[in-house]
Design a protein around this ligand. Structure first.
Ligand code: CTP
Length: 398
């Protein structure tokens, strides 16, 4: 049985005083939506930017500010609150709070919790550009890194003070991604993975083309999962409206020909190739330079075969470990097995095209040289983790 991914964590979210504190509301909402338990602790300064009531309502837990809070029965909130946490995330972390952490101060509840913790500490700096660039802040950040504290961000962009530069807090969705990455075991560290995703488009004339309804979501989920698992991911993506995850490299390829070229340019020294893209099998023999005008009752298009990217990669002299996808409308397992043998690839993932396309969920079966493994129905991101975990076991059997 392949283990599921993504255990839900108990997080202590520290909010310190800075304008980015308003984004803590969205962060708490996203964390809770992902199934994490969130305990918010604020500094007194943070309460000037956002109220404890807001964060209490969103987290579903009482918010603590004061070291002398009587609500914790044994009177030791600094021990009680951090003992339960799998990690402390301070977001936003002001320059002042970062300085406190660097020097081990414990003069309010949050800094005391950080000092008394036994769990990892993750910090998301947020401040104005000059404060971030100041030698003292840089020295303090260096100290936090030496103390094995994880730093997420800051981001660059427009700041509340009107300046543009480095210092903004990462957006809540990016912080969530950073946190998920932090908690994901780095099973694929040191591996290079090339993934194709989305649909190709074969132009008939400047305004029309032949494509398909692949959403690109499964390929993107695999790229995102592989990144979290520590791989170096190159994503070659076609047409899709799904939102693209951050990867080590990413190249757009419009047609099957473009995708072929792009894959072949990137394939050297890859450890794994996962072909998820729905590549057009045929393209128009001639793509008209001008718009095709309506004239006759019928229009006949002459189509010629595209090269098979996956089969060609698999037949390279020293191919990466190749994984194909077979989205079928009938005899799913049978056809997938035939495809695996025809393309001479070690692994293929079979799914039912009608239910998978466009959906956030998928029901897949892995077929490799040892047998069939049904992964059941799950969110595409979870399917991706299960698949990559299985793949890793094939690549480096213990
Ligand atoms: N594939 C590819 N290059 C192509 C066609 C397909 O790399 N020109 C890859 C797909 O990314 C997928 C696998 O091959 O991983 C199977 O694709 P699919 O379209 O299902 O199979 P085909 O070989 O095209 O067979 P058919 O369309 O007849 O089902």
């Amino acid at each position: 049985m392949i283990p599921a991914h993504s255990p839900h964590q108990h997080l202590l979210l520290g909010v310190t005083g800075g304008i980015a504190a308003y984004k803590a509301a969205e962060l708490v909402r996203l964390l809770v939506k992902q199934g994490h338990r969130v305990q918010v602790v604020m500094t007194e300064a943070a309460t000037h930017f956002i109220t404890p009531t807001t964060l209490q309502a969103l987290s579903g837990n009482p918010v603590f500010v004061d070291s002398w809070d009587q609500r914790i029965s044994n009177g030791m909130p600094h021990i009680e609150l951090s003992r339960k946490a799998d990690a402390i995330l301070v977001a936003p972390a002001s320059a002042d709070f970062i300085a406190k952490l660097a020097h081990g101060f414990a003069n309010d509840l949050l800094s005391t919790l950080c000092l008394a913790r036994e769990c990892p500490l993750i910090v998301a700096p947020a401040m104005n550009k000059q404060m971030w660039e100041n030698a003292a802040t840089q020295r303090n950040i260096g100290q936090l890194q030496q103390d094995a504290i994880t730093i997420l961000g800051p981001d660059s962009g427009e700041q509340a003070c009107g300046e543009v530069g480095l210092g903004r807090m990462l957006e809540p969705a990016d912080l969530l991604e950073g946190l998920q990455t932090f908690f994901t075991p780095k099973l694929l560290a040191g591996k290079k993975i090339l993934i194709t995703a989305g649909a190709t488009l074969e132009m008939l004339d400047p305004v029309r083309g032949i494509t398909n309804i692949s959403s690109g979501k499964m390929g993107y989920a695999l790229a995102q999962a592989a990144m979290r698992m520590g791989a170096e991911v190159t994503l070659i993506y076609g047409h899709t409206s799904a939102s693209r995850p951050a990867t080590s490299q990413a190249y757009f390829a419009s047609s099957a020909h473009d995708m072929y070229q792009s894959v072949m340019q990137s394939i050297a020294d890859q450890d794994i190739f996962i072909a998820v893209a729905a590549v057009a099998d045929y393209r128009p023999d001639v793509s008209s330079v001008q718009k095709i005008k309506k004239s006759e009752q019928t229009l006949t298009l002459e189509l010629i075969k595209n090269k098979d990217i996956l089969a060609d990669v698999a037949s390279l002299p020293n191919p990466p470990y190749c994984v194909g996808f077979a989205a079928e409308t009938e005899r799913v397992i049978d056809y997938a097995k035939q495809k695996r043998l025809a393309k001479r690839i070690p692994m293929i993932v079979a799914n039912h095209a009608n239910t998978a396309m466009g959906s956030d969920q998928n029901t897949v079966t892995i077929i490799d040289e040892h047998g069939e493994y049904a992964l059941g129905t799950d969110d595409k991101i979870n399917i991706a983790f299960k698949l990559l975990t299985h793949l890793k076991s094939q690549l480096d059997p213990r």
